[in-house]
Design a binder for this molecule. Sequence first.
Ligand SMILES: C[S@@+](CC[C@H](N)C(=O)[O-])C[C@H]1O[C@@H](n2cnc3c(N)ncnc32)[C@H](O)[C@@H]1O
Length: 183
Amino acid sequence: MSNELTNTNDAGTASDLVAPRSTHCYPPVLDACCSARMMWFDKQDSRAVYYDKRAEDFGMQKNGRVLTVSPDVQGCFTEMPFPDETFSLVAFDPPHMKGTEARLNGVMGRQYGLLFPGWEDVIAGGFRECFRVLKGNGVLIFKWCEVEIPLSKVLALTDQKPLFGNRSGKAMNTHWVTFIKCG
Ligand SMILES: C[S@@+](CC[C@H](N)C(=O)[O-])C[C@H]1O[C@@H](n2cnc3c(N)ncnc32)[C@H](O)[C@@H]1O
């Protein structure tokens, strides 16, 4: 379902979404790697464009629930098909766990994705693209679960300076970091 709209919203057709037309009115928010949109209060919120490199359904082993990854637009966050300065807010929640053989088909790997050798360049490219498509004074929310890779190592992959953040989760290891695009 690459480049196909899968929900009814105000965003128009997929080709409208990726057309680099300055007259096109995009929704104000981009979720740059949406997965199953677990963090969204309303998973069909029409104020956002949902982007991910994959589209698939998969069963969760414990409760049997099927999760759906169904982006409006499919592609890599290191090269997004949106014009410069399009969105007022970008959410960037990339994979945070290193890929191992055992994890390739595991639930966590399927839900959150995995990092492979060279991941630093991928995350750095993602930051660059997120800031490119962000409007001036737009806000980037970066989410990082610090289970294997320290937040400081990942923040070093962008030259943008974070404003402030918050920690969540039982072990308080999920960081929500806020940036603003100045200049
Ligand atoms: C941690 S999950 C996002 C979870 C999501 N915020 C939620 O609430 O469910 C990371 C997602 O990034 C996607 N991803 C990984 N590498 C990507 C890339 N290079 N471009 C676009 N999406 C990517 C994965 O497919 C995965 O769905």
